[in-house]
Ligand binder design. Structure first.
Ligand code: MN
Length: 239
């Protein structure tokens, strides 16, 4: 925190069609309905792993986070696929984080535990995405091999104006500390938010304050720009 060091990136997919960017809010639901989310998810994962492996080969210490959809999570061969990708790319497994939402876990708790344990055995880390907006069930935090929580952006957004958001963020931080989980704050955009989060404890910050989502080459330029250290926080991802 406040070290100014870039910790890693979150892989986000964008679709450029005839020169225009189509919002993921538009095409992800379509991909989900049509089943295309499965090949798309595989492509994103593969691309992210390849990118992280390239960074690793260049001596950069960066993690990559990949959002795993429920359809992907339910794939019977997910662990085999991940193992093959890690093997082919030589990426160290602890560089790869999977972001899953609570609803993915809650859909089938028993199966979820099994899948997480199999992937955990490969060395993958798990972060609960958008924490605080779903069920926030405490029992699965205890039972499942989760490594960290991502504080939902809706609590970060109003941090400096809304005491309730602040109380919730503080509660999530204290919960995570007690359970020995890492914390990432999503959607950090202002120095005021950064200062408040810093006062709550150690965590990684993600959001526009560090950088808007950018392409890999631009991200690499960010790594090389020492001037950023003066005004940016440690960032976990690109957005
Ligand atoms: Mn995410």
């Amino acid at each position: 925190m406040d070290s100014g060091v870039i910790h890693g990136a979150e892989a986000l997919v964008r679709w450029r069609h005839e020169g225009k960017l189509i919002s993921p809010a538009e095409f992800i639901p379509l991909a989900e309905d049509s089943g295309l989310i499965i090949p798309l998810g595989t492509w994103v994962l593969e691309t992210a792993v390849r990118q992280a492996a390239a960074w690793q080969a260049a001596g950069k210490h960066l993690t990559i986070s990949v959002n795993i959809s429920s359809r992907q999570f339910a794939l019977p061969n997910l662990d085999t696929m991940v193992r093959a990708m890690l093997h082919d790319s030589s990426l160290e497994p602890d560089k790869l984080y999977f972001e899953i939402t609570e609803s993915v876990l809650m859909a089938d708790m028993h199966n979820a535990q099994h899948i997480l344990e199999k992937l955990r055995a490969e060395g993958i880390r798990f972060f609960l995405d958008d924490f605080g907006t779903g069920y926030s069930s405490l029992s699965y935090l205890k039972r499942l091999p989760i490594d960290g929580l991502k504080i939902d952006r809706s609590f970060v957004r109003d941090l400096d104006t809304d005491p309730d958001s602040q109380a919730i963020a503080r509660a999530i931080v204290s919960l995570a500390n007690t359970l020995n989980l890492s914390i990432v704050a999503e959607g950090v955009e202002t120095q005021a938010q950064r200062a408040l989060l810093s006062s709550m404890g150690t965590m990684l910050l993600q959001g526009y304050l560090a950088s808007p989502p950018v392409e890999a080459e631009i991200f690499e330029n960010l790594l090389a720009r020492p001037s950023l250290l003066h005004h940016r926080s440690e960032t976990f991802g690109l957005a």
